[in-house]
Structure formats: structure tokens, C-alpha cells
Design a binder for this molecule. Sequence first.
Ligand SMILES: NC(=O)c1ccc[n+]([C@@H]2O[C@H](COP(=O)([O-])OP(=O)(O)OC[C@H]3O[C@@H](n4cnc5c(N)ncnc54)[C@H](OP(=O)(O)O)[C@@H]3O)[C@@H](O)[C@H]2O)c1
Length: 259
Amino acid sequence: MTQSRGFAVVTGASSGIGYELARLCAEDGYDLLVAADEPEIHVAAEELRALGHAVTALELDLAREDDIARLIEHVDRPVDLLLANAGRGLGRAFVDQDIYEIRRVIDTNVTGTVVLVHEIARRMRERGSGRILLTGSIAGFMPGSYQAVYNATKAFVDSFSWALRDELLETGVSVTCLMPAPTDTKFFERADLLDTDVGEDDSKEDPADVARTGYKAMMSGEAGVVSGMSNKLQAAIAHVTPSSMLARRHRKMAKPHGE
Ligand SMILES: NC(=O)c1ccc[n+]([C@@H]2O[C@H](COP(=O)([O-])OP(=O)(O)OC[C@H]3O[C@@H](n4cnc5c(N)ncnc54)[C@H](OP(=O)(O)O)[C@@H]3O)[C@@H](O)[C@H]2O)c1
């Protein structure tokens, strides 16, 4: 085992973008604390361990306050990198969704993220160093018909990231927002979005490329990054398009076929 470069905490590291982010941290020489909600996190941890550094895996639900407290308890050394990536989507019309599932999206993407970042950012500021990467989304730029709550949570994360970055300027702590476009992960299946245009689209981004873009931006202290040139253009256009038009366009992408 080569000498560790530091300590990284990655949430949602069992699959998709989070797994690839954790892999980049491990390849770069960081010890890891990885967390996710299902037993697969232990499989991911085993693969990450093979890259040569210490990896602790926690199976916990970031939508639950007691589980976030358990995660924080395990952060028993200075954190150099915090990658707050865990998140979940939820398709279908808002009034047809289950209120428990709706709350779980908010509690994971917003409350869980905020509580974790609050504690770790505070410790980083005391120490005068650290890097935070938040996984927001380009979904945060557009009202998400047929994924209304999810897009609203990502608008929160995108906005929160820019504000926190500003507050922490000159403290030695940098905050970066990764804003992926549709990416080929389990996200769409889990969000019940497979029978939609966006779910069926086979030109989604590769999660390894998206993670590389985010990791590089975090390590160079950039404020925010959208992965992929055409997505950058789409994001720029969204900023000057009326919300009603964006919602209408989103309906086309996310409305289940046959509804
Ligand atoms: N895929 C896209 O098109 C896309 C686009 C923009 C932004 N994003 C964002 O990227 C992030 C990663 O998503 P992904 O696309 O990589 O999807 P993914 O493969 O489904 O990964 C989501 C990760 O978050 C974890 N997670 C979800 N809910 C959790 C909870 N309550 N407690 C603990 N862990 C939880 C999952 O763990 P378990 O498997 O254990 O539940 C998994 O490790 C999310 O924040 C998502 O909103 C995705």
C-alpha cells in the first residue's frame, strides 16, 4: 500500500456516477469512507480496496436523520474531499406519486445532503482546507414536468452549492457543483422513468466521463461544471428560456408513454 494522500467521503458510491467518483479518489491515493443504501456498497468497497487504499463502507439511508448521524460518527479523521453525490429521482405525475416516495427524494437529495455538508464543511473551515463536490444536475435549471419534485431538489442543490462556495471563499475550502445531463446509470430504472423519451434515449452520458469531469473541476477548485459540450449549450439556453416553455419541453421528455 502506498502512502495515503488523504481522506475522502463519498455518498451514493455503490453505483453510477458516485462509484466512478469514489474510484477516481482511490486511484488518486485517498482513503475512503463510502456510503449507500443497499448491500451493494460492500461489493463496491471491495473493488475500491483492490486499488490499494483503506476503504470503509457504510450501508445507510441518507433520508434518515439517525443514519446521517451514524455516518458523521464514522468521520473520525479530517476530511480532505467530500463528494455529496447520493440522490434519487421520481418519475410520473406529481399527484399520482406516493407521498412516502416524494418525501424520500426530498429527504435524500436536500435534507440529507445539507445535514452532511453542514457538519463536514464546518470542520473543513476550522481546519482551513478541504474540497466539496455536490452532485446537482442540469435538471435544476428547468421545471421538471413528470419529475417535478426531483428537478426542484436539484435546483436547490445547484443554488445551495453556489452560495456555499461564495460564503467559504478565502477559508481554504472550495465548493464545486457537478451538473450532469442524462447519464447512463440505474437512476432511470429506479425513478420509474424507463417508459419515457429520456428513459429510452440511448445517447446518455457515460458515468465514468461525467465523474472525471466533476473530479477534475473539484480538484482545480472550479465553481460548477456541466458535462459534455452539447449539454453546456442546453444549460445556457435554459437560462434564457421562459419557465413555461422549459416545463413543456420537460413534459415531452419525462411523460410516460401511453399516459
Ligand atoms: N443519471 C442521470 O441522468 C443524472 C443526471 C444528473 C444528476 N444525477 C445525479 O447523480 C447522482 C448519482 O446518481 P446516478 O445517476 O449515479 O444514479 P444511481 O446509479 O442510481 O446512484 C445513486 C446512488 O445514490 C445512492 N442513494 C440513493 N438514495 C440513497 C439514500 N436514501 N441513502 C443512501 N444512498 C442513497 C444509491 O445507493 P443505493 O443503490 O444503495 O440505493 C446509489 O449509490 C444523484 O444525485 C443524481 O440525482 C444523475
